[in-house]
Design a protein around this ligand. Sequence first.
Ligand code: 5GP
Length: 271
Amino acid sequence: MAVLSAKLASAALAFILVAASLGLIEAREAGIGIGIEIGARGKPRQREFDYFNLALQWPGTYCQRTRHCCSSNACCRGSNSPSVFTIHGLWPDYNDGTWPACCTRKHFDEKEISTLLDPLEKYWPSLSCGNPSSCHEKHGTCSAPVTGDEYNYFLTTLNVYFKYNVTKVLNEAGYVPSNTEKYPLGGIVSAIQNAFHATPKLACRNGAVEELHICFYKDFKPRDCVVGSSSSSDVLSSSNSCPNYISLPAYASLGAGNAESKISWVPDDVL
Ligand code: 5GP
């Protein structure tokens, strides 16, 4: 249960419950102080978002940063660690590049998604041991006008993730995990554009893909992701942190081949 709680706390960065009308928030918890209105009881309320950003993580890159392990960290599953893009979150965003956060006081309740725990554990795992969010339900509460309750938020996210299978698209285009190959950024972006007819956004660390975002209108039809303050179809400028040739590293056992690296196991109850 500890595993699931921590993992889902991370997944719960997203969840979102209920009606737009419940959009009361603490101003300090908002992603950025834009789009805040005053609600009926004089409290700040965030305006409804413009589009969805499905943020995916590449564990082969992300897990290189792992410095300590806990039962909830999927980077520590050894040969069972994820080898596909995993879900970071389904984020409701504004067209100006900002986003709402923590829109209601609804708390994440694991019981509501008990039937989804297996796929969530596999495809929406935590890749760290950190505390996921300063508020109850950072993104999920802001998606509620479209996705509805907590269960539907998670179910919708899984369905979109399976329908727009980035790992499959890249593999079929020849972009397979490798610790030696470098791939053209433009080729990777084109493969996704060809498959989904929309431009993704990439983020890299040390020349390796770490995040890949695909974006959707509120009816979940693909659209270009927003870059900075405008929607861009300029592939390369949309990927500032990525060089022209990038890698898609295969997962390597933590600490393997690196005498310097010290991966410590930290009991969940001290986190
Ligand atoms: P990071 O600093 O790691 O990019 O982001 C930290 C957290 O900020 C993310 O886990 C996510 O909750 C939030 N965040 C970052 N970028 C975005 C974005 O473009 N849209 C939304 N809605 N949240 C974001």
